[in-house]
Design a protein around this ligand. Structure first.
Ligand SMILES: N[C@@H](CCC[C@H](N)C(=O)O)C(=O)O
Length: 281
């Protein structure tokens, strides 16, 4: 199988053109491909498919083989892939995802390749039942979760996929792997959750540390960046335009009326090749 590898804000992905595929087990493929010792190594895979309602359809699978409804860094990588390979070559592209149709605006570089990619991420969902969180409230803002006898203030929302946002003063005081995994699998979150630990620098800048549902510790998360800026803004800690520093790069998140979210950033083509088989162990 021909593959391409991309990275966006430290999130790495393997891309496949599945337009001509008949039935294929993409869950198993993701497990094999993403394995960092027995495969190529990545946080997730994306498969490009025909769409009846948009220019193209993006399927996303995490490195553990689970399906994700949406991926912010992934959709920028996917856009660069379909644009640079002429699969869809338009300045504004519509992409069908399991979280609805996303509209993308592309800025090209001097060689005509996709450079800065701006994604209309739509509006966040706050209601507990739709995040989902087993707390029956209109907005899950600054609730308390107790892990190993310690209380953490968290907010929860969905930006295509579910997120928990926790503001921290000193990231060194947090064991991200341990806490991230425990929160991801906590019974409060019936569909599990991504977890973002956020340090506010000032009104327009944050640092973010990520634990992803289905992928574990990663260097960045696009939907998580959006979720963190929305919560920060709602709590009057952040403005409408925020520079988000992930551990693997930076993104700009902008909010328009009623929390319409726009995420802008780049994606880089790392490699092309042929995937022969790989092992899922
Ligand atoms: N890395 C992503 C989010 C990918 C999906 C997620 N792990 C899930 O299934 O919830 C991003 O950049 O948004």
């Amino acid at each position: 199988m021909k593959f391409d590898k991309y990275v966006a804000a430290g999130n790495d992905f393997i891309l496949f053109n599945g337009i001509k595929d008949t039935e294929k087990n993409y869950n198993e493929l993701a497990l094999r491909v993403c394995n960092r010792h027995f495969g190529i190594g990545a946080d997730g895979i994306m498969v490009c498919k025909k769409s009846n309602i948009a220019d193209i359809k993006m399927l996303y699978y995490n490195s553990d083989g689970s399906k994700g409804e949406m991926c912010g860094n992934g959709i920028r990588s996917f856009t660069k892939y379909i644009y640079d390979y002429d699969i869809v070559r338009k300045k504004i592209i519509s992409i069908e995802t399991l979280a609805g149709i996303k509209y993308i605006t592309i800025e090209t570089d001097e060689s005509g390749k996709a450079n800065m990619i701006k994604v209309d991420m739509g509006e966040p969902i706050f209601e507990g039942s739709r995040v989902p969180v087993t707390i029956d409230k209109e907005k899950i803002i600054e609730e308390i979760i107790s892990i190993d006898g310690k209380d953490y203030k968290f907010s929860a929302l969905t930006v295509g996929v579910p997120h928990v946002v926790i503001f921290v003063e000193d990231i060194k005081s947090i064991d991200i792997n341990d806490l991230g995994k425990k929160i991801e699998n906590y019974s409060l979150f019936p569909k599990k959750t991504n977890v973002n630990f956020v340090k506010i620098i000032d009104y327009g800048n944050i640092n973010i540390y990520t634990w992803e549902r289905g992928a574990g510790r990663t260097l960045g998360c696009g939907t998580g960046s959006c979720a963190s800026v929305v919560v920060g803004n709602l709590l009057h800690k952040l403005g409408n335009k925020v520079n988000v520093n992930t551990e693997g790069g930076s993104l700009i998140v902008e909010l328009e009326d009623n929390y319409k979210i726009f995420m802008t950033g780049s994606a880089t083509h790392i490699a092309s090749g042929e995937f022969v088989n790989g092992l899922s162990k």
